[in-house]
Design a protein around this ligand. Sequence first.
Ligand SMILES: O=C(O)CCC(=O)C(=O)O
Length: 305
Amino acid sequence: MSYTTTAIVTHVEEEERYSYFTVFGMKVACGGRAMAFSSDQIRQYETEGYLHLGPLLTTAEAALLRTEARRLGSPARALADANLINETNGVIWHSYAVDRDLEAFHCATRLPCILNRMRAILGPDIYLWQTRMNHKPAGKGEAWQWHQDYTSWWQDGLPRGGIHDCATIMLMLDDSTPENGPLQLIPRSQVQRDEGYWDTTGDAFAVQAVAVERVEALKRVNGIIPILGQAGSAVMFTGMMVHGSEENLSPLPRCNAYFAYARADTRADGSPSKRRHVSPYQLNHFTEILNHSVDDDAISQLVAA
Ligand SMILES: O=C(O)CCC(=O)C(=O)O
């Protein structure tokens, strides 16, 4: 079954009900936390491959998640082998399964403001395919080569990577600034899945990178968008979006959480992955349909507790 977005999206007519935020001096409607996508926003996601959602969380909610993220990225974490340690500097730089052992992140992956947006794009029945977090400590955070997540996920058996098959919400847990190695996207780059090659030059793990010539060609036509915003802001992007980031050489940390969802009829068949997994938690173990959201204020309740 395929979904047409117009059938799913509740179009909100009243202009004044939008909230706005500013990126590079441009005023962008983000719809606000509780609001459904407008059809313009859906169109932007479909053509550009991403949508900046602006601030989704309050300052207090973002602060709680940030504190929990630091705990998650420490050796004290319960699921120790869901964390990856950079062999060069001994820093934990990547965490998988972030919704498994901390309630705040379990709630974050199931907030109505996130699930409803995902359902608007992927259809009513969705599941969590992967959760991960990139800790980019001040002065130590690694660059990420240009890549498409779906190149890896295809090897894991996810059968389709189209814009209505799988999508990721990236949640900023620190402010993302031009200096601290923000996520960067190449808009409109989601049009084809590149085979990718194993780039082992990073200190961390080998990434299935997009070939340099292809990246240069895409950049020439579409440019690069750095994803900036205050902690608690989010961006949504599709699985074939070419993205990466620079090192964090600034004095400020930059931590992002990534929640990847897929629609119910886009599932791996359980065959072994064609790539080597660096953690037993690289993909989510629980892929049940997310029928229920938590309360909209679930994270605020944890703040108050
Ligand atoms: O967080 C970053 O800087 C980039 C991470 C990334 O590209 C990924 O997790 O796929």
